[in-house]
Design a protein around this ligand. Structure first.
Ligand SMILES: Nc1nc2c([nH]c(=O)n2[C@H]2C[C@H](O)[C@@H](COP(=O)(O)OP(=O)(O)OP(=O)(O)O)O2)c(=O)[nH]1
Length: 153
């Protein structure tokens, strides 16, 4: 055990085989994160598999069933560092049931075009998410490696 808190996040896209749009969620709490955009998801519970945690969180927060696709490759097995205590693994996901709604933790959801990398990076994301968002855009072919670093925090 590393003592790291494992977070899982969903890169929910319109189509796993040919993603053109990404579902982003604006947090409503806690106060220091309210108004910032993120990948919907949350903490893995004790004894829970990360993929199962992500499916559970997306059902609780957005009221949707999903099919998970590939994991967005990160530098470490625990995923993307968020701070000194937590890191996040991110999987692509496609909605298979229901229509996403901000049921818990969010006050707005938005589908954004992946090809519009300026608009995606222009959202006020949780600061730790920018490297993840850039990697996602690179994987979708919307950003060349190393591009878009003006948004690094
Ligand atoms: N879900 C999510 N959390 C993120 C992202 N970026 C980031 O720094 N975080 C942080 C914010 C929180 O401190 C933590 C996730 O906690 P959370 O509050 O979403 O987890 P949870 O739904 O399981 O919440 P709870 O049961 O503890 O209330 O990770 C992101 O893109 N998505």
């Amino acid at each position: 055990m590393t003592g790291l808190i494992q977070i899982v996040g969903g890169a929910v896209v319109d189509n796993l085989a040919n993603p053109t749009a990404l579902l982003v969620a604006r947090r409503s709490a806690p106060e220091h994160l309210a108004g910032l955009w993120e990948f919907p998801g949350g903490k893995v519970e004790h004894g829970e598999a990360p993929e199962a945690a992500l499916v559970r969180e997306l059902a609780e927060e957005l009221g949707i069933g999903v099919r998970l696709g590939a994991e967005l490759p990160a530098e470490t097995p625990a995923g993307w560092p968020l701070n000194d205590r937590a890191s996040m693994r991110v999987w692509f996901a496609e909605v298979t049931r229901g229509k996403p709604a901000p049921l818990e933790d969010h006050d707005e959801l938005r589908w954004i075009r992946l090809q519009d990398s300026e608009a995606v990076l222009g959202l006020p994301w949780i600061p730790a998410d920018y490297p993840i968002v850039r990697a996602l855009l690179e994987s979708a072919g919307a950003l060349a490696p190393g591009q878009g670093r003006a948004h690094a925090r």
